[in-house]
Design a protein around this ligand. Structure first.
Ligand code: GDP
Length: 284
């Protein structure tokens, strides 16, 4: 990229425009939201025009450097940590559409916490999807984490309430509440998760979104954020060839940070989100 730009002195508007044409294309190809791309390009341009180019650099290199820094900044700077309640247990509420990877991610998150010597309790709050409870139990067994369930006949709000009591009584220091997904934003289920929220008073509300859904991920994140005040997003299925433009759009549109990324169907510890790695991935 940017091989064509040559010359010394100050970056002219033409230099920057030429470099940004390629950046704009790369961002759109990575499925970054159109409006986010437009704002981003304008912001970089504003910074870049007039900058002094040192002898050993090309204008293109200077622009790319600014682009990288701005992308990282837009995605939230350095990697973020999971919240920790002043008094345990720390409660994490998982939200998301069906199939986004919520149950799988719940297990990966538990594995990450266990690797850091924590003792998480997983609460099976998805009573609607056939086999969701069983799925969580199987994953729990696989990683050696306890799963709290009251079956399919008790309301998820009650399951969450009793699960939290169980965690407190048995010195679990983290509680992860897996909730029912939905095919799309659905009022009844949204009401239910809000009630669960009111009962467990979570320290983290993590939205699980499928990176492969691209710009749709932004709409989903926005809707959930309006209703639930998310504290973070987990971007799943980054193992595919998706460039992950959703990471940039979600943060830019909702202001909510991406906290973790997930890859693969195997239960490995969840990985922290690294904005600098994502910036390189998005630029291709
Ligand atoms: P939920 O409905 O949101 O609870 O979704 P599940 O956890 O059941 O996941 C739906 C499907 O996506 C399952 O087949 C998972 O194995 C798969 N899955 C979940 N996370 C990932 C991921 O990070 N990468 C890949 N490739 N598949 C995933």
């Amino acid at each position: 990229m940017f091989g064509k730009l040559r010359g010394k002195g100050k970056l002219s508007e033409d230099d920057v425009n030429e470099a940004m044409r390629e950046v704009r294309l790369a961002l759109l190809e990575a499925d970054v939201n159109f409006k986010v791309v437009k704002d981003f390009v304008a912001k970089v341009k504003e910074q870049a025009v007039g900058i002094e180019v040192q002898k050993s650099f090309t204008p293109g290199m200077v622009v790319v450097d600014i682009v990288h820094k701005e992308l990282i900044e837009l995605m939230g700077g350095s990697a973020t940590q999971i919240a920790k309640a002043s008094k345990p247990p720390t409660v994490i509420l998982m939200a998301g559409l069906q199939g986004a990877g919520k149950t799988t991610t719940t297990a990966k998150l538990a594995k990450m916490l266990m690797k850091n010597n924590h003792k998480p309790l997983l609460i099976a709050g998805d009573i609607y999807r056939p086999a969701a409870i069983k799925q969580l139990q199987v994953l729990g067994e696989q990683i050696g984490a306890q799963v709290f369930t009251l079956g399919n006949d008790v309301s998820p709000v009650e399951i969450a309430r009793q699960g939290l009591q169980h965690a407190k009584a048995n010195s679990f220091d983290y509680v992860i509440v897996d909730t029912a997904g939905r095919l799309q934003i659905d009022e009844a289920l949204m009401d239910e998760i809000k009630q669960i929220h009111a009962v467990v008073e979570p320290d983290e509300v993590l939205l699980v979104v499928d990176a492969m859904t691209g710009q749709e991920a932004v709409n989903v994140a926005q809707s959930f954020h309006e209703q639930l005040e998310l504290t973070g997003v987990v971007l799943t299925k980054l193992d595919g060839d998706t460039r992950g433009g959703a990471a940039l759009s979600v943060k830019a549109v909702t202001g909510c940070p991406i906290k973790f990324v997930a890859t693969g169907e195997k239960i490995e510890p969840l990985e922290a989100f690294h904005p600098e790695r994502m910036a390189s991935r998005i630029l291709g």
